[in-house]
Design a binder for this molecule. Structure first.
Ligand code: TYC
Length: 113
């Protein structure tokens, strides 16, 4: 009669076995990520954009000013990378806030490749 190899006797496969622990993949998968983009326009005040970046993206005043200037000069910049749900929430927050203050500021999201 054939004997099973010692480490294979407890479980048929995978988890917990010292001989296979490093080979088995954890079943977690990283979620797709989305870039949140801020677009330039000719009317939204610079200070308002700086405030948006501080308020909704957790930037310091210096970081926010720098990113605002990048958008002002280049037309667009990535202001954060998030899961779909969080990116959607950020875009909504920025668009609502801009609309309530009657500024044409635009914020969008796109899938990160
Ligand atoms: N271009 C705007 C101005 O000159 C400033 C601005 C910066 C607007 C960034 C939008 O996403 C923006 N007042």
């Amino acid at each position: 009669m054939l004997l099973q190899p010692l480490m294979m006797t407890d479980k048929p496969d995978g988890e917990g076995d010292a001989s296979t622990l490093l080979k088995t993949r954890p079943k977690t998968k990283r979620p797709p990520l989305y870039k949140v983009l801020l677009l330039n326009d000719d009317f939204t005040p610079m200070e308002f954009v700086v405030h948006v970046l501080e308020r909704f993206f957790g930037m310091t005043h210096a970081e926010a000013f720098e990113v605002m200037l990048t958008v002002h000069k280049k037309g667009v910049a990535v202001v954060g990378v998030f899961t779909h749900e969080i990116a959607e929430t950020k875009v909504g927050q920025v668009m609502d806030f801009a609309r309530r203050h009657q500024h044409p500021l635009q914020c969008t999201m796109e899938k990160e490749e």
